[in-house]
Ligand binder design. Structure first.
Ligand SMILES: [Zn+2]
Length: 478
């Protein structure tokens, strides 16, 4: 990729303006963490998402915009706003985020999960990583642009922002953590004009990851699909005093054992480009390992996977190189002395591009082997993988903006193993990029903070990311 000489718009920003915006970003994130917008919605706090949506709408209104809060279900609000360009640059850019967070686990946190504490250089709390950080960053960029319009004597609610050729859409929606049907899914169906764009920026990407002494920024361009199945295992009811092999839970246990043996690796285009891209920048021994992971030969790939000693990257890479099957829920039995004639197993399957739902089902039947005759397989929910082009104008802007702010940084396209609201944007044909720019120290275990205890994000990392995102927006829309 040709990285031209830096002509940073943010370099043109007054240092004081950037500092103040960075401080505003920190306070915005803390305020958002203090609103427990938990999903699944707790009975004692039923309207967290709407409170968060209204808080953001207040900030947008204060900046001079005319935001809209919409609810499909009472208490489950989403918020939308628009900045105008002069219309000469093409379709809008969407800044997308989700308002909801997962519940905080009961284990002790060193800072309350909904206190938004600022301590030891970090902002602590549920959502600091997933994903109120990028939400706050997107909101801050929108406020900065609105302030520039006001300073130029324009009304940000109706006039074009100085220098913008495209509109910028802001959308922060409910319910992502449960599939988005009460948030972005509903909006895509009922109010697509609020989110229809040339491209979107969303969570999961551009977080600095150090490997082999080099700093990489994996930009999210693809995510795996999923298929959830409910397996009903049949057996024969009987008296617990007389054991029998056709006991449904014995069959279910055997089935789980077979299903849990994962298949061989299959590197897809994005993953091959990523692994080869990392290999190009590291020493010979790790480079050889990475090229083996990217290889078409499953035996080479499997051996390379076994050679990765670090458990977290090994788990991520393993998941990204194959279709995966995770048994997650098991039910069986009615009474201690009754041999059950039926048991159910739920399977969370994540599929690579190129694997259809029918392929996945065939894999399950194959793994069950002779047990398949005793098992009914029902599909619960399914969404195909999604991908955004790497050879696009926005991807080039994302990569270049990272390098301008970290000349030693190496941006690379990446796939994530999980699903985000990008799945819903794909219905509208909007390519969605995972880009939540954060510069981290080499030893930060960022991945483990998603949904974890003591979720937190560094203040310096946020201050670094803000002008990166600002530049992306200015460049793509300028
Ligand atoms: Zn998220």
């Amino acid at each position: 990729m040709g990285i031209g000489p830096s002509d940073l718009p943010s370099a043109g920003l007054d240092r004081g303006v950037l500092e103040r915006a960075g401080d505003e970003l920190v306070e915005t994130l803390r305020a958002l963490i203090r609103i427990p917008s938990i999903n699944p919605v707790p009975a004692d706090a039923p309207d967290g998402e709407t409170i968060a949506a209204r808080w953001i709408a207040g900030a947008l209104a204060e900046a001079g915009l005319e935001p809209e809060v919409l609810e499909l279900v009472p208490g489950r609000g989403s918020v939308f706003g628009r900045l105008r360009g002069d219309g000469t640059g093409g379709d809008p850019l969407l800044l997308l985020s989700h308002l909801d967070v997962v519940p905080a686990p009961a284990e002790p946190w060193s800072h309350g999960p909904f206190d938004g504490d600022l301590d030891d250089g970090y902002i602590w709390g549920r959502g600091a990583v997933d994903m109120k950080n990028l939400l706050a960053m997107e909101l801050t960029v929108v406020r900065m642009l609105a302030a520039e319009a006001r300073a130029a004597g324009r009304d940000p609610a109706s006039d074009p922002i100085p220098g913008l050729t495209r509109d910028i859409l802001f959308a922060s929606t409910a319910d992502e953590e449960a599939g988005g049907l009460n948030g972005i899914g509903w909006i895509v169906d009922e109010r697509p004009e609020l989110v229809r764009a040339a491209a979107a920026i969303n969570e999961s990407g551009a977080v600095a990851t150090t490997f082999g002494g080099r700093r990489f920024y994996p930009i999210g361009v693809a995510e795996k699909g999923y298929a959830v199945y409910r397996l009903t295992v049949h057996g024969v009811w009987g008296h617990g005093s007389m054991p029998r092999d056709d006991n449904a839970v014995i069959r279910a246990a055997a089935a789980i054992g077979r299903l849990a043996v994962q298949g061989g690796p299959r590197p897809t285009g994005v993953m091959r480009a990523f692994l080869d891209g990392v290999a190009d920048h590291v020493e010979e021994a790790p480079a050889r390992l990475l090229r083996a992971l990217a290889s078409e030969d499953p035996r080479l790939g499997e051996a390379a996977l076994d050679a990765i000693c670090e458990p977290v990257p090994a788990r991520v890479i393993r998941a990204l190189l194959r279709d995966t099957v995770s048994p997650t829920i098991v039910h069986g039995g009615v009474k201690y002395n009754v041999i059950p004639g039926e048991a159910t197993i739920e399977l969370d399957c994540r599929v690579l591009p190129g694997t259809s739902e029918a392929d996945m089902r065939e894999t399950i039947v194959g793994r069950l082997g002779d047990l398949a005759a005793h098992v009914d397989i029902d599909l619960v929910i399914h969404a195909p993988p999604v991908a955004a082009p790497v050879d696009s104008e926005l991807y080039a802007v994302l990569a270049r903006s990272v390098v301008d702010h970290d000349p030693a940084g190496i941006p690379l396209p990446f796939m994530v193993p999980f699903a985000t609201d990008a799945k819903h944007m794909a219905v509208l044909g909007v390519p969605t990029y995972g880009f939540s720019p954060l510069q981290l120290a080499p030893d930060e275990p960022f991945m483990e903070r998603f949904h974890g205890v003591d979720e937190r994000v560094g203040v310096d990392a946020l201050h670094w990311g803000l002008p990166v995102l600002y530049d992306v927006v200015r460049r793509f829309c300028g």
